[in-house]
Design a protein around this ligand. Structure first.
Ligand SMILES: Cc1cc2nc3c(=O)[nH]c(=O)nc-3n(C[C@H](O)[C@H](O)[C@H](O)COP(=O)(O)OP(=O)(O)OC[C@H]3O[C@@H](n4cnc5c(N)ncnc54)[C@H](O)[C@@H]3O)c2cc1C
Length: 492
């Protein structure tokens, strides 16, 4: 006796699209979500799906950015999918009255094929007030709009959505996965189970075991605790890309009950060789605890690799000297824009960043100092070194050249006008990439590379990105991998 043809576990973009495709292929689908609200990280995202004009060029780029960590057929499936995912998204949008557009946008790095890419975005859903639709969400409205389109498309179909239903274990009959054990009892699938449970952004234990860098704060959700990874492991799945996560440096809220790291303002990405946009300034520098700069603070894709320079362990001192770092700006910088951008999908959290960055001084996220000496005292660091770091920085700004770390000249402004402001910054994970390895049909593979019967995965749970991420790549995977997984599972 079965409850459905296909059981999908986790309702973010990947779960929603998998369920839609499986239902459209004629399957009876149950979509299970642990939390009272669907959306996972997806609903907080920037809502950009990578699209491509030319699949061959897209594949060349993906091969280069994956540095040999992912087999070509898997990357080819993603590259091929990028050429029609924009049209697919348009169709989903039209079905629920949303305006979906594509626009060109180069890849993040000048690898072969970088010029073939673009983004698909939901630009408008007339009549929708996102604050009312998702009152528990703070993030980029474009991500919330895109999730609303997926949610409405799920609701239009005869998909049995069950919220507040965590899945704990897979059920097997022999080698085949035939169902799931939920908090509300077992459910059996005639054809397949698809895991779309996201990553391990909120799982301290997994991060401790797989990452050298610690601690790392989760940027947006508490729900993604690696459940799908453990379930897949328990039936013999091979894991890949566990070391790799997408994230930057960001602030920590002084209230220990606040569950998330706080992301920085999202500055535009820039292409190495072309330089950053002339109209974008970064108001801060970052030093280590010895008051010395240790990085180009404005990486080409800062929100992706910004945490990486912090991942430096010094055996001599048995510590991470760059964690926490000190982010420093002056009164001119303070006035330019809000420096933090909290994100979350969580009913118990409500926090926004002030326009002038002053409420955060009152909260203690930032500190104010009238002189460099006072700032050094607050930091418990050497005032002479800090003064030298700032003097060097201001000289680099005057010369238009960062002689130490090559930060894009157009982003550089002096830090000279008191009062000074500073805050501790920590590694922040926006999303993880690791999880069960899969093939081009989204079948989960065992430790010998053979498919585990009845088990599929999609989305950031076992992302294909194992070396250098591509902006919009995770959403592309959710939609392209979700489509493949849904169709395959329906016909398994
Ligand atoms: C601020 C921010 C901006 C981003 N912007 C972009 C962007 O513009 N483009 C891009 O490509 N990527 C972006 N990303 C990354 C991208 O959003 C995610 O990788 C992607 O949305 C993951 O989708 P998913 O469906 O795999 O997982 P999620 O959306 O996280 O969904 C997983 C779901 O599974 C549920 N779940 C977990 N365990 C269980 C269980 N045991 N039982 C049942 N349900 C369970 C969770 O509650 C959750 O709802 C961004 C990330 C962040 C944080």
């Amino acid at each position: 006796m079965t409850d459905a043809d296909v059981i999908v576990v986790g309702f973010g973009f990947a779960g929603g699209i998998t369920a839609i495709e499986a239902a459209d292929a004629g399957a009876k689908v149950i979509l299970l979500e642990k939390m009272p609200d669907p959306g996972g990280i997806s609903v907080c995202s920037a809502g950009g799906i990578r699209v491509a004009k030319d699949a061959k060029k897209a594949l060349a780029y993906l091969e280069a950015t994956n540095g040999g960590t992912t087999r070509t057929p898997v990357l080819k499936a993603l590259a091929d999918g990028m050429t029609d995912v924009g049209a697919y998204m348009k169709k989903l949008g039209e079905a629920v009255g949303a305006v979906v557009n594509e626009r060109p946008a180069e890849g993040n790095y000048p690898f072969d094929g970088y010029d073939t890419f673009g983004f698909s975005n939901v630009d408008d859903i007339p009549g929708i007030d996102l604050a009312k639709t998702f009152p528990h969400v703070r993030g980029n409205p474009a991500g919330a709009r895109m999730f609303k389109v997926v949610l409405d498309n799920v609701m239009k179909r005869p998909i049995d959505v069950r919220l507040g239903t965590p899945v704990r274990r897979l059920i097997r009959d022999g080698d085949k996965v035939v169902g799931v054990e939920t908090d509300k009892g077992p459910l059996r699938a005639k054809r397949a189970v698809v895991l779309t449970t996201g990553g391990f952004e909120a799982d301290h234990e997994m991060q401790t075991q797989f990452w050298q860098l610690k601690p790392v704060l989760s940027a947006a959700v508490r729900c993604n605790t690696g459940d799908g990874i453990r379930m897949a492991q328990s039936v013999g799945a091979s894991l890949w890309h566990m070391w790799h996560f997408h994230g930057c440096y960001g602030f920590r809220h002084p209230d220990p009950a606040y569950p998330f790291g706080i992301r920085l303002k999202r500055l535009p990405d820039w292409l190495p060789g072309k330089g950053a946009r002339g109209d974008v300034t970064m108001t801060w520098i970052v030093t280590n605890r010895s008051a010395k700069r240790f990085m180009n603070e404005y990486h080409p894709y800062l929100q992706d690799t910004g945490h990486r320079p912090m991942d430096h362990y010094e055996p001599e001192v048995q510590d991470y000297p760059h964690v926490p770092g000190f982010l420093i700006f002056d009164d001119e910088g303070r006035k330019r824009y809000p420096i933090g951008a909290p994100t979350y999908n969580d009913r118990s959290v409500s926090f926004g960043w002030s326009k002038d960055n002053l409420a955060e001084v009152d909260l203690g996220i930032l500190k104010r100092a009238d002189s460099v000496e006072e700032m050094a005292r607050q930091m418990n660091t050497n005032a002479t070194v800090l003064a030298r770091t700032l003097a060097d920085w201001n000289q680099y700004c005057a010369a238009g050249h960062d002689a130490e770390f090559g930060r894009p000249p157009s982003s550089m402004i002096p830090i000279a006008k008191p009062p000074f402001f500073w805050g501790e910054v920590w590694p922040v994970v926006s999303n993880t990439q690791g999880g069960p390895a899969h093939d081009e049909r989204q079948r989960v593979l065992d430790a010998f590379g053979d498919p585990i019967p009845g088990l599929y995965a999609a989305g950031e749970l076992g992302s294909v990105f194992g070396h250098l991420y591509m902006s919009g790549g995770n959403l592309a995977e959710c939609f392209i991998g979700g489509r493949i997984a849904g169709r395959e599972a329906a016909n398994a």
